[in-house]
Each structure stands twice: as C-alpha cells, then as structure tokens.
Design a protein around this ligand. Sequence first.
Ligand SMILES: Cc1ncc(COP(=O)(O)O)c(C=O)c1O
Length: 414
Amino acid sequence: MFDPYEVRRDFPILDRRVGGKRLIYFDNAATSQKPIQVIEAVSNYYRYYNSNVHRAVHTMSQEASQLYEDAHEYVARFIGADSYREIIFVKNATEAINLVAYSLGLHEFGEGDEVLVTLMDHHSTIVPWHIISKVKGFKIRYVNVTGDGHIDMDDLESKLSSRTRILCVPHVSNVLGTINDVAEMAKMVHEVGGYILVDGAQSVPHIPIDVKKLGIDFLAFSGHKMLGPMGIGVLYGREDILEDMEPFLGGGDMISSVHLEPGVGFRIEYNDLPWKFEAGTPNVAGAVGLMEAVKYLERLGMENVHSYERELVRYAMGLMDGLDGVEVYGPRDPGERAGVVAFNVRGIGGHEAASLLDDYGIMVRSGHHCAQPLHDRFGITNSARASFYIYNLKEEIDIFIDALKEIVVVSSEL
Ligand SMILES: Cc1ncc(COP(=O)(O)O)c(C=O)c1O
C-alpha cells in the first residue's frame, strides 16, 4: 500500500490555508491537484525544450516531438491500448466526446439510426449528440437509471437493436460514483453491431483500466482530473475504427499533402494516426505534464489508488449514513462505487451546504454537476459533492463529518 502522508508531501498546494483553516480539498472530481513532479515537468519543458513539433528538422523541434510522441506511448500503455496510434490528444474529455460525435455522427449516422445515451451521462455527452442529431435526423434514446443508482440493464437491453449505432456511457458516474459494467455493455452493443463510447473522465484517474480487456471502442478522459495539467485530454479509439473515420478538425499536421487539382479543387491526403485527428499546434507542455502524471500514478499502482479510495469512500459513507438530515445519493454498497459522494442537507440547497463547508476550509462542489437529467431522475435540482483522491485522509473526513453535523443543526434552525 502507498502511504498517503508521503503522497501529500508531493502536493505543495495542500500546505495552503483557506480562511485561516487548513485546506481540505474534496473537489477532485472537478479537477485534481498537481504533484511537484508534474509542475516541474511543465516548467522544465518551457525552460529547456519549448519548440513546435513535427515541423522542423532542428534539434529542439526533434526533442519536443520526441517528448510529445513519448507522451502518447505512455498513455497508450497506461490504458492497455495496442499502440500510440490509438491515442489522440485533445483539450479534455469534452472535446474527445465531440470528436466522436462529429467524426462518426456527422458523417455516418442518419435518419433511422439511434444513439443510446444514459440518464447518468454528463452534459458533455448529451449535448454534442443532441446538436448533431438536429442536423442528421438520427434519434437519441435514453437508458434509465435505477433508484439505487445503477444503469437499468433491462431498459438497455430493450432499447438495443440493429438501429443502434453507438452506446454512450460513463464508466463512473460523476454524481452517484457508480462504477458501471462497461465490459458487459460493450458485449451487448457489439451483438447488435453498434459501437460503445465510454466516458472515462471519472474512472481513468481512479481505477485500473485496460481498454482491450474491457472490449470498448472509444474512451474519453481529461488530464486535469488525473494529476495532469488543464488543457490536455485523450480520446482512445480502436485503430481500425479510427482509420475509417473522417477527421474532426482540419488544419496543419493532420494532412500528408494538400494540392490544387485544376478543375477538381483541392486534393487532400490525411496524415497517419493519431495525427490525422490532431490539427494545429498541440499542447506539448500539457502532454509532457500528462506523461509525468501517468508515471506518478504508475509508481503508486492503480490497484493501490483504487483500493485506498474505496477505503476512504467506505469510511465517509459509513459516517454520513448515520447523520440525520443528510441524504446520500447512489449505490449503498461502497464496493460498487468510486470516491464520489453526492449529498444534500435537509432544508438547504447544495450551494448553501458547500458554502458553509467552505467556512471550515473544506472545498466541495455543488450544483447539478453537468448532469441535470440525472438530478431530474432523482427529483432534485442540485446536490453537494465530496470527491476524494490519493492525498485525502480519514482525518479530513472526520473534520468534514463534524462540520456537516454543525451544518445540519444550523440548517434545521433556519
Ligand atoms: C463524467 C464526466 N464526463 C465528462 C466531464 C467533462 O470533463 P472536462 O470538463 O474536463 O472536459 C466531466 C467533468 O466533470 C465528468 O465528470
């Protein structure tokens, strides 16, 4: 097991105070903090290596290109992809999902086709498919979520058909924390000839992932939620599918040639994978930072990360369940969830609860967490959310629970 106290020493931000209180950062599902190794990797890149990639023969461009390509290799290995050709660097999970929606949906889907999205999905999945369905006329169907916070597998089964072109599903819900059985869902959708796009924004940072063992076609995730910098994200795609897909954005580096053919127009050949999907100057420093984040997580071991977070969530839920006036959403069994706990305090909204917790130096997110259909499903408009990561401690959860107890009393007097 890794030692969370030792891990904490790598995160300079954890030394800061908020309103005179020691910082307790429980907003890791929104973005994680960065270890000194990542901060230094980004800073060293700009200090010693900064140059554009894939564009010049000079030494610095060669070095920057090598770093950028190494980052693809590291990420490929981290998630069990066959090769770097299956790893496309984008801005974030949102852009990764948009890439699939535009490259597949806009070019290949049409009237009579169906896209399945779950009620647990983030707006970054729901909205791109909605936009493209308006243009192409395919139908979006929603898979229900059960009262105990799981995807309703019977409902999924009943909605799968030969019309299903793709199933979009979060690996881990950013509200309920539910870990979904995406391997089973991949089998189900493949049987009807559809693809599966897994939103890994809340799983890749927290649980061991092997895309080949899961049997999934696409996986989207963000670097900033897994110790890496903001502005870098990843789309994993199965190589044979990516080969056949149209590009998302056009521009420099995603082509191998562009020529004017008189009487025809421009004759354009696209570049090899993954560059065909990486138009324009990329975020090289972000890629270098992400590579360092991957190295950091690999040193800890993703099995250790997962089991430590499970311990934290079990501890937190055990204490929260005993609190009168606090409602926790999602699966009751902590073994079925990742380190995300959404809750409400009776009599006050999520924002009020979060702002009262802020007075104790505790950072939690509040609102609809970009999952309004899911909140509608549970008949609530918002919630507060505590989400844990490798540097959080049981002692911090104790402080959080004591603060919640006081907030319950205050809110009952309002
Ligand atoms: C499940 C899920 N999907 C997608 C996203 C979007 O991530 P980003 O804003 O980094 O694109 C988030 C972010 O909170 C998320 O939790």
